[in-house]
Design a protein around this ligand. Structure first.
Ligand SMILES: [Zn+2]
Ligand SMILES: [Zn+2]
Length: 329
């Protein structure tokens, strides 16, 4: 149960900006961290799909000016020096500081975007054009980069057969990205309810996973499967759909324990994971979306509706992302 909480943001430093938050997307991991993960630091302020207006800039800030629109995703810090950071893979940095439910190296807790303001180092704030539909841009900061990054890394392009397992907040963007990159997209879903939306976003095929004969016909046909469902993957069921050298990518929080069907892996199939994406890559994704007008489908809510929205996300009722409108405080 979330309730109003008054807190003081950390004092802004030379490289920090103070952002007045306009919109914050509701990500499944907010619920995961806030409710059922068991490692939450409370009081917690979730939210890492943030869009707002820059109100204050530190003396050393160069990328943003007061009045600019800026976005903040799941990261607000990292060491910037390790091999992963130097290769632009900041979300894999051992010293990454997450936007909420985390602490800076000096022990200051991080508070996320279900709030009126956030103070953030400018390196973790992305300039956003004010001409875009900003409430639909907010979910790109996590759901967008989380799906864009693996599709790019595994070189999805013309002729790639991509399976998207799960048609929700991440899935609906993953379909659009993969289709826009030239892939043939097959959506694997628990029910037919979202078929029209999936096709509208560019899916060539839509398969209900309980349909055994269609699942059978799909065997040995996919190059990549992106699992964007929050549930642990049934690898016994999905690895047979991959071609030789095909890759199954688990997105986000890995499940506690999943059985690896080794006989499937023997055909040079891969099971791997992906977490968010780097800073430069996030900017690249935002530019890509602005150019191609790729946005999330959202339902705006007032802050007071947040508990209900969380329940609806858990019941798979979101179409496809709830976004908190902070002007309705
Ligand atoms: Zn997220
Ligand atoms: Zn690092």
């Amino acid at each position: 149960m979330l309730k109003p909480f008054r807190f003081r943001q950390r004092a802004p430093g030379r490289r920090d900006v103070v952002i007045e938050i306009m919109y914050c997307g509701v990500c499944h991991s907010d619920i995961h961290e806030g409710w059922d993960y068991g490692e939450g630091r409370f009081p917690m302020v979730p939210g890492h799909e943030i869009i707002g207006r820059v109100r204050v800039t530190g003396s050393g800030v160069t990328r943003l000016r007061s009045g600019d629109i800026a976005g903040v995703g799941p990261m607000v810090g990292c060491d910037r020096t390790c091999d992963r950071c130097q290769r632009g893979m900041e979300s894999y940095c051992a010293n990454v500081v997450w936007t909420y439910n985390d602490t800076f190296p000096n022990g200051t807790p991080t508070y996320g975007g279900y709030a009126s303001h956030i103070v953030v180092n400018e390196a973790f704030a992305f300039p956003i054009s004010p001409n875009l539909p900003l409430e639909r841009v907010a979910p790109l900061l996590c759901a967008g980069i989380t799906t864009y990054s693996p599709l790019k890394w595994w070189k999805v392009g013309k002729g790639t057969n991509v399976g998207i397992l799960g048609m929700g907040g991440l899935g609906h963007l993953a379909i659009t990205f993969a289709a826009s990159m030239g892939a043939k997209v097959t959506v694997l879903s628990g029910s037919k309810r979202k078929e029209a939306d999936a096709r509208q976003r560019g899916a060539a095929h839509f398969i209900v996973t309980s349909d055994r004969s269609r699942m059978k016909r799909l065997e040995e046909s996919l190059d990549l499967i992106l699992n964007v469902t929050p549930a642990p993957p049934d690898l016994e069921r999905f690895l047979p759909l991959l071609r030789i050298d095909g890759t199954f990518i688990q997105i986000g929080e890995p499940p506690a324990d999943a059985e690896l069907p080794l006989e499937e892996l023997a055909a040079r199939k891969h099971v791997t994971g992906s977490i968010v994406g780097g800073l430069a890559e996030t900017q690249e994704m935002l530019d890509y979306c602005a150019r191609r007008r790729i946005f999330a489908d959202v339902e705006l809510i007032a802050p007071a509706q947040i508990n209900d929205a969380w329940k609806r996300v858990l019941n798979r009722k979101a179409r496809y992302r709830y976004v908190i409108d902070m002007s309705r405080r």
